[in-house]
Design a protein around this ligand. Structure first.
Ligand SMILES: [Fe+2]
Length: 317
């Protein structure tokens, strides 16, 4: 079982995106996109904060349509079997840099409903392997404008025997940290934490892949969510796949039980600071068999870092 993962791509900065061809050559069974599939706040002015809801929907439609039409991206998605592409979002495809749903909902609730609906349609289009008509043809399609649009779904998907992928939503429910008591801060909200705890706890022998836009370093500001994830990882084989930082990185964290591992691959098709700096072509691969999980992180087509985890004791080999 081979799983590719990547994050952070922007057609306006990188019209050419060779990273998808590099991933296709590795013939993965699954692809996980870990957020910032587009950058709603980098294409302007105007910034999305200043757009009307109608303008924001047109903006979302244009940027998602550009990505879905990017030839290397489209070729990779089309080559993968239906149901094998998975995506979460981060701040830039949710609203804007560092956007937190719990703070923005009062003023920008309709924009959140729109970006949620667009991400759900993007997700469905990827799951359908870009089947003709799978992405709505116009920004004013009713599927984008449901006044009762629920928050982004957060499924747990079984990829193989004893291998699960959990698609978190770290944006819809996130609070600020500044001038907010630690026990009121959250990234995920209690309902999401409880549902994932149940899904993970129900499979005690499995390897659990926790898809997170934010790297674990970012969890430090949210003590309850961090303690919750560490508590799960103490008793389960948990590997975080994360994005956000436009770098590749491997890490591991002490939990009091089994270690919590993290593999970050970010910067599939952006520059170092989105629009300026060095061009990034980063992606990661997991090769999972009955004995081990091999992690490899690639940069510009070359292997940059690797680590192999033993499934029996969940330690590096
Ligand atoms: Fe990013």
């Amino acid at each position: 079982m081979r799983i590719a993962f990547a994050s952070c791509m922007f057609t306006r900065v990188c019209p050419a995106q060779p990273v998808w061809g590099q991933i296709a050559q590795q013939a993965p069974d699954h692809l996980v996109l870990l957020g910032d599939a587009t950058y709603l706040d980098v294409a302007g002015p105007p910034l999305p904060q200043a757009m009307s809801d109608d303008e924001f929907a047109q903006h979302l439609f244009a940027l998602y349509a550009e990505l879905l039409a990017q030839p290397d991206f489209a070729a990779l998605i089309a080559a993968l079997p239906a149901g094998s592409v998975h995506t979460i979002w981060d701040d830039h495809d949710f609203l804007w840099n560092d956007a937190r749903g719990a703070e923005e909902r009062a003023l920008h609730g309709e924009k959140i409903r729109l970006s949620t609906a667009f991400h759900e349609q993007f997700r469905a289009t990827l799951a359908a392997g870009l089947a003709p008509g799978s992405f709505p043809a116009a920004y004013d399609d009713a599927r984008f404008w449901d006044p009762l649009q629920p928050p982004l779904t957060t499924p747990s998907r079984q990829l193989d025997a004893d291998l699960w992928l959990h698609l978190s939503d770290g944006r819809s429910h996130r609070t600020r940290t500044w001038l907010l008591a630690e026990n009121k801060r959250t990234m995920f909200g209690k309902a999401q934490r409880d549902a994932f705890a149940q899904a993970i706890g129900a499979q005690p022998q499995a390897v659990h892949l926790w898809a997170s836009g934010t790297t674990l370093a970012g969890y430090q500001h949210y003590a309850r969510d961090q303690a919750w994830l560490h508590g799960l990882a103490a008793n389960q084989r948990l590997l975080v796949l994360s994005g956000d930082i436009h770098r590749n990185r491997l890490d591991a964290f002490y939990t009091g039980g089994w270690p919590l591992h993290e593999a970050t691959s970010s910067g599939a098709a952006v520059r170092d600071a989105v629009a300026v700096g060095a061009l990034r072509q980063n992606y990661g691969l997991l090769d999972v068999d009955a004995q081990q999980v091999a992690i490899r992180l690639f940069r510009n087509g070359a292997l940059e870092q690797q680590r192999v985890l033993s499934r029996p004791n969940w330690l590096p080999i």
